[in-house]
Design a protein around this ligand. Structure first.
Ligand code: CA
Ligand code: CA
Length: 559
């Protein structure tokens, strides 16, 4: 009987052409370069590709295959996904399917959201991408809805409202699909939300679970908040998590406490600025590790959690690596959440170091003066962070992380506590005075190749402006990333030498991917400046960068 069912299932899949993607395809995603189905190019979020036809020798022959206009002037931070000769890309107002070889549009699905939604978006009108599973395209919308589209037609299959912009919630995150469950997080710590993660049934859109990142009054962890401050405590979850199938555990970062001003919320403020380990089926938290307790500086701990097996004192360990907004590169045992190492990867003055025994940061005198006396102080990094949302990559070949780091500080002063008492959920929620500060205003960031456990920087490429795009590394020995001034660049992964560059029409805040079709390797990235740094920094280096979203695919010129 079993054999008969199997045979008919096979017949059906052949009759329909390519079969629907399954959980197994997602499990294998990082090892199957003919498609890119997940955010982060695989569940471990390494953004590493085994492809090597485009390599140190051939990259000089890399040329545009096509470009596609997004028809919009907002920033394009989305990572593309690719399957069966179709590239899918999102922005805040649409999802599109584009022929992977010709660049011609196949379908476009427009997203409508109430204009007042943009009132609760602190840091750029963006979307970070869709993912593919079961012949559907899953994404979130700015007004906090989760939708599934038919991958062939773009027709909506389901739509579920998560929450409301009126209460301060929005969504920019790309989903993580595990075992038929679509997992998403929210933005809105700058508007006094109570953050959460959710799991939805991929077939029906039914919400299966919601796990708040901030305990309710009386729940365990609520004692880490003064009074009722947890009710609007923040804890957004706006960067996609990763997944370890062997441990059946999802890892997801949690954002800053609200308001930024810490004076009215004494305590550790769990589970803000923490990494959570969760069961994907129930959303139940297995363990947490908090990076920045009682954070005054908007050090969202949401940054991507890259999974790898690395050697620590000669022993292989299953670890999570995170270049945190607070300027420390954390390596954590992903079985139990125990801290292994935490090293500074940019200028950091808010803490002297992280105590490896307790896992807690040791505040500098400047931070103590802010929290204990409400004083004005100069702190590195600023709210923009040592690294913001732009994902790093990890090469199992070189053992290095490739990180677009930021080096900007700020002069920071919390307003007196009685002046922040009026802050209401759904309204701006900061309560601080602030002004940017620089070590050198002409060097505001660097692409760095970093040893994860020691934190040693093997090479770096400083920039006038920081790079606010993702990095990707390949078995061909190349690191791809983009600059805010529009250059899409390939560097030698071993020494940082620039090997190739192409000027795209706008600044790059996107995420490169690479894929293969009919034996040829392609590289895809978006151009289109926007997002938090471009909008808020006033960086003079960007004065002549025009807006305008476009999607680019490159291939090797025939010899
Ligand atoms: Ca794949
Ligand atoms: Ca934040």
């Amino acid at each position: 009987m079993k054999a008969v069912i199997l045979a008919s299932a096979l017949a059906i899949s052949f009759a329909c052409g390519a079969s629907a993607q399954t959980y197994d395809d997602l499990l294998k995603d990082e090892k199957t370069p003919q498609d890119v189905l997940t955010y982060g190019m695989g569940y471990s979020a390494q953004r590493f590709s085994p492809l090597k036809k485009i390599n140190k020798n051939t990259v000089k022959r890399l040329v545009p295959a096509w470009s596609y206009s997004m028809g919009d002037n907002r920033g394009v931070e989305a990572q593309a996904v690719v399957r069966d000769g179709v590239v899918y890309i999102t922005d805040h107002e649409k999802t599109v399917a584009v022929d992977a070889l010709s660049g011609k549009q196949i379908w476009k699905s427009v997203i409508e959201y109430p204009p007042e939604t943009t009132r609760v978006v602190c840091c750029g009108i963006v979307n970070r991408g869709a993912v593919l599973y079961d012949d559907k395209v899953y994404r979130t919308t700015l007004d906090a809805q989760v939708i599934a589209l038919d991958a062939k037609t773009g027709k909506e299959v389901w739509r579920t409202k998560s929450s409301s912009p009126a209460e301060g919630y929005s969504m920019t995150v790309a989903p993580l699909v595990v075992k038929g469950i679509v997992i998403v997080g929210v933005s809105g710590s700058e508007f006094g939300i109570r953050g959460y993660l959710e799991g939805y049934d991929a077939k029906s859109g039914e919400r299966l679970w919601r796990t708040y990142t901030i305990p309710a009054p009386g729940e365990p962890g609520s004692e880490t908040w003064a009074g009722e401050s947890m009710k609007t405590g923040g804890g957004s979850t706006w960067i996609t998590g990763s997944y370890d199938p062997d441990l059946d555990t999802v890892y997801w970062g949690v954002g800053n406490p609200a308001p930024w001003n810490p004076l009215g919320r004494k305590g550790d403020n769990l589970y803000t600025n923490s990494m959570l380990a969760l069961d994907p089926k129930s959303g139940k938290v297995k363990w947490y590790y908090q990076m920045s307790p009682n954070d005054p500086f908007d050090y969202d701990g949401v940054n991507e959690l890259v999974l790898a097996d690395v050697k620590v004192n000669g022993e292989p360990r299953k670890v999570i690596m995170q270049a945190n907004r607070n300027g420390f590169l954390y390596v954590v045992d992903r079985i139990n959440g125990k801290l292994i190492s935490a090293n500074k990867f940019t200028t950091v003055t808010w803490a002297t170091h992280v105590d490896l025994q307790t896992g807690r940061p040791v505040w500098s005198d400047a931070t103590k003066a802010i929290i204990e006396k409400g004083q004005r102080q100069r702190i590195f990094p600023s709210a923009t962070g040592g690294k913001n949302w732009q994902p790093m990559s990890f090469s199992p070949k070189t053992g290095l992380l490739y990180v677009n780091t930021i080096n900007v500080g700020w002069d920071y002063e919390p307003l007196p506590v009685e002046q922040v008492a009026h802050l209401k959920a759904g309204q701006p929620f900061q309560g601080v005075k602030r002004e940017s500060a620089f070590e050198d205003p002409n060097v505001r960031g660097a692409l760095k190749a970093i040893e994860p456990v020691t934190g040693k920087v093997r090479w770096e490429v400083p920039g006038k402006s920081p790079n606010m795009s993702g990095t990707m590394v390949t078995a061909g020995g190349l690191v791809f990333t983009g600059k805010l001034t529009g250059e899409f660049v390939a560097y030698d992964a071993d020494n940082g030498k620039e090997l190739w560059s192409f000027q795209t029409p706008s600044g790059i805040v996107g995420q490169p991917i690479t894929w293969e079709m009919d034996g040829k390797q392609y590289v895809t990235v978006t151009s289109g400046i926007g997002g938090v740094y471009a909008l808020r920094s006033g960086d003079p280096n960007l004065a002549n960068v025009p807006p305008g979203g476009s999607l680019w695919t490159f291939r090797l010129m025939d010899k």
